[in-house]
Write a protein that binds this ligand. Structure first.
Ligand SMILES: C[S@@+](CC[C@H](N)C(=O)[O-])C[C@H]1O[C@@H](n2cnc3c(N)ncnc32)[C@H](O)[C@@H]1O
Length: 426
């Protein structure tokens, strides 16, 4: 069967953004094929219950197929929906969510007004005289000139860094470049993740800072371990501050190199509006914001609530969160450095509303048990991974009435969707 050509029809899309095609009884996952399309497909791999194929010749084209404006769309692992019209991407994402949450109503996805150049953080590996993105499931670097979802200034800076760094004696010291851009403030941070802190990058730093006055922070971060984790613990400031400011919804925040910050500034505001509306907070409500990052949700909700406590495991993020409360003159927020997966009972006591915004792996069983034991009346769950959200809702539904799913498109052209839902104690 391998290397065979089959004419097939794409009947659905997988969660990973692949076309699910059928030829008689055979199921074939085809990259770049869109629901409704017919194509001659070459089988490139066979598994027990399905095959993997690539389009050899498109016979019937989807009306939603667009010509990709990105020359590396099918090489880099980023934009699985680059060949699909934006409004149809939203429809496909919604269909995936309807399949993921068959028991709950899934609302239309809140679209991103400008789905281009929206990412405010970019991490670029450097190796073998190349700087670019990893090819999916590989350590090969795919170079790019203009990534259509990274911020324009990051694209420009990377083009310059390529000519300043690659094929020089300094290249071998650099493992990654990390750029953060505050869309609200215009400030930029340039991070060099290096395997030796003594490397002299002052000339490159000076050149970049003089060309880009938006750069207010240049940081060396040491990572000499052979793991997939990008950032190490030790840092040295090469220029300016060890953080950038950003502004959103009338709030100013400090963001450090290691702190989590939502990658789509404008959709972050939409997301927080949805969470606020579902939380039904008023001045009598005591709120716990678990997995709070630099405190953005806490600070945003503080003007509606009596008090908000944020819990976060990354030290620099907690430091940022505390500074951010002071910076904005907010006195009804406090922040705790702690692991939200366990031992949360003392923090849950007497809380009226709990916000959950965990990483992709979702919430721990221990935390779910604590939420139930403490009879928390209202939980707002913000999730970047529908699969783990569905798993956690399954564990909570005996005690909670689960509301509708409100998706927000934080990541246009990729397969990812952020979802918010509210849970009320039965
Ligand atoms: C999806 S982010 C959400 C952050 C924040 N709510 C926001 O909107 O920017 C998840 C956060 O959880 C933090 N985190 C991961 N594991 C954690 C844990 N076990 N306990 C507490 N925080 C954790 C991460 O550092 C990150 O800041």
């Amino acid at each position: 069967m391998k290397n065979q050509f089959l004419r097939c029809t794409c009947v659905d899309m997988s969660v990973e953004g692949l076309g699910i095609a059928r030829a008689d009884k055979l199921v074939i996952f085809v990259k770049g094929m869109i629901k409704g399309e017919e194509a001659d497909v070459k089988i490139i791999a066979e598994k027990k219950n399905y095959s993997i194929g690539i389009i050899d010749k498109l016979i019937k084209e989807s009306p939603y197929r667009i010509k990709s404006a990105c020359p590396i769309a099918y090489k880099c692992g980023g934009c699985d929906y680059r060949h699909i019209d934006y409004s149809y991407q939203l429809q496909l994402k919604k269909e995936v969510l309807i399949n993921t949450f068959p028991e709950y109503k899934v609302n239309d996805i809140l679209p991103c007004e400008d789905p281009f150049y929206y990412r405010n953080k970019v991490q670029i590996p450097v190796a073998d005289h190349k700087m670019g993105f990893y090819r999916k499931f590989s350590n090969d670097i795919v170079e790019f000139n203009d990534c259509l979802i990274e911020s324009k200034i990051a694209n420009e800076m990377i083009r310059d860094l390529k000519s300043l760094l690659l094929n020089t004696a300094k290249e071998k010291y650099i493992r990654h470049i990390l750029i953060k851009h505050g869309k609200g403030s215009g400030e930029v941070m340039l991070g060099f993740i290096v395997n030796d802190l003594s490397v002299d990058l002052n000339d490159i730093c000076e050149e970049m800072v003089s060309k880009y006055p938006q750069i207010v922070s240049v940081i060396l971060n040491l990572n000499d371990k052979k793991t997939n984790v990008i950032l190490g613990d030790e840092e040295k400031v090469l220029y300016g501050r060890d953080f950038i400011y950003d502004d959103f919804a009338g709030i100013r925040v400090k963001v450090s190199l290691k702190s989590f910050y939502q990658v789509n500034h404008d959709q972050m505001i939409r997301l927080y509006e949805v969470a606020r509306d579902l939380a039904e907070i008023d001045e009598n409500k005591d709120v716990l914001d678990l997995y709070c990052g630099i405190g953005t949700i806490s600070l945003y909700l503080s003007k509606y609530a009596k008090h908000v406590t944020g819990v976060e495991i990354v030290e620099s993020a907690v430091r940022n969160a505390k500074d951010n409360a002071k910076l904005n003159g907010i006195e009804n927020c406090d922040f705790v450095l702690a692991d939200a997966t366990k031992g949360m009972d003392p923090y849950l006591k007497e809380k009226d509303v709990v916000i959950l915004d965990p990483p992709r792996k979702g919430v721990s069983k221990d935390l779910i048990a604590s939420l139930k034991n403490n009879r928390i009346r209202k939980i707002v769950y913000v999730s970047c991974n529908p699969a783990t959200l569905a798993r956690d809702l399954e564990l909570l539904k005996d005690t909670y009435r689960i509301g509708e799913i409100y998706p927000v498109d934080m990541f246009p052209y990729t397969i990812h969707t952020e979802c918010v839902t509210v849970l009320d104690l039965k």
